[in-house]
Design a protein around this ligand. Structure first.
Ligand code: CP
Length: 326
């Protein structure tokens, strides 16, 4: 167990050791247990988290804000459009200034080829921890919550379990690639058999794929890439089919949407679920395009664990804040 995490940034889970991540998981389970019994845990009394959003959110915003209140502190919602950020406050200024007012800075900035760089620039200038609430490359808090949920269903030793991280069709908007990228990075460190399934145009960043391969080699798990939707489901213990944009093929939204329309049959339905193990669970970070990306029957069905997954955002985020901002 590594408990000295005070002051640390959390920008990608890949930069934290497994010992450190296991500590976060332990603390999250402890906080979840305490909350279930009504035991107060104000370990961040009088601390303030600045939450800076450049992109919409439901779960992230609500769970961080609730989490800070439950830890005895306060969270400020800051919208880039209604502050001077939209008129030119620089990343350095945000790090320096907000870091002097607050005890942590959480940022969601998903703009392609910009978000992660922006968050790192703020972190460079900040004297307090910077937390990544999702960027163009990573969604680390989502993936911590996914891990906690999988552990609740399958136990802590996940070696040999098969997870299918798959693309699925959606029509609402070109979603970031950060969820599948963070998923393959963490799941390959747990000794799991990780499948990444997508049409050829929906590839992920080569550097991330290389890290996932190396993670799998070190953990004695496996990592493979498939291009057949049904094949990805076969025999899997965990299926995580969600949409993302063809960002490495084109950054033109209209062109990306047109590519997607070739694959409208990549929808998770009861037939696809029947290809997985009988005990398989269905996961999605939400929001999902219902009856386009996944049928109501599956997402509301007995194999779906999406609500537990959303709940665990709260507990994992509280754990990271309690460990880094105290
Ligand atoms: N899963 C997730 O990050 O949800 P929000 O976009 O609603 O925050």
């Amino acid at each position: 167990m590594q408990t000295y995490l005070r002051g640390r940034d959390f920008i990608t889970e890949q930069e934290w050791t497994m010992d450190e991540l296991e500590t976060v998981l332990d603390v999250a389970f402890e906080l979840k247990r305490q909350r279930s019994m009504g035991i107060p845990h104000p370990v961040l009394r009088d601390k303030v988290l600045a939450m800076l959003f450049f992109f919409t959110s439901t779960r992230t915003r609500v769970s961080f804000e609730a989490g800070m209140a439950q830890l005895g502190g306060h969270a400020q919602f800051i919208d880039s459009e209604t502050t001077q950020i939209s008129h030119g406050d620089t990343a350095k200024e945000i790090g320096e200034i907000v870091g002097r007012y607050c005890d942590g800075i959480a940022i969601r900035q998903c703009d392609w080829d910009f978000g992660n760089k922006y968050i790192r620039e703020v972190a460079e200038a900040s004297r307090v921890p910077v937390l990544n609430m999702q960027c163009d490359v990573y969604h680390p808090f989502q993936i911590l919550a996914d891990w906690m949920t999988i552990v609740e269903k399958f136990g802590r030793d996940l070696r040999g379990k098969t997870i299918n991280v798959s693309w699925a069709y959606a029509s609402s908007y070109q979603k970031p690639i950060s969820v599948p990228q963070s998923l393959i990075l963490l799941m390959t460190r747990l000794g799991m058999n990780v499948r990444l399934t997508h049409p050829p145009e929906y590839k992920l960043m080569p550097d991330i794929l290389g890290q996932a391969e190396e993670n799998a080699r070190r953990s004695r798990g496996s990592f493979e890439i498939l291009h057949d939707f049904d094949e990805g489901f076969k025999g899997a213990d965990i299926v995580y089919p969600k949409s993302w944009g063809a960002l490495l093929t084109t950054t033109d939204n209209a062109e990306s949407a047109a590519i997607g329309r070739k694959y409208t049959d990549w929808i998770t339905d009861s037939h696809r679920m029947s290809l997985a193990q009988e005990h398989a669970v269905y996961m999605h970070c939400l929001p999902a395009d219902r009856n386009i990306e996944v049928t109501d029957e599956v997402i509301e069905g007995p194999q779906s664990i999406v609500y537990d997954e959303a709940e665990n955002r709260l507990h994992m985020q509280k754990a990271v804040m309690a460990l880094t901002m105290n």
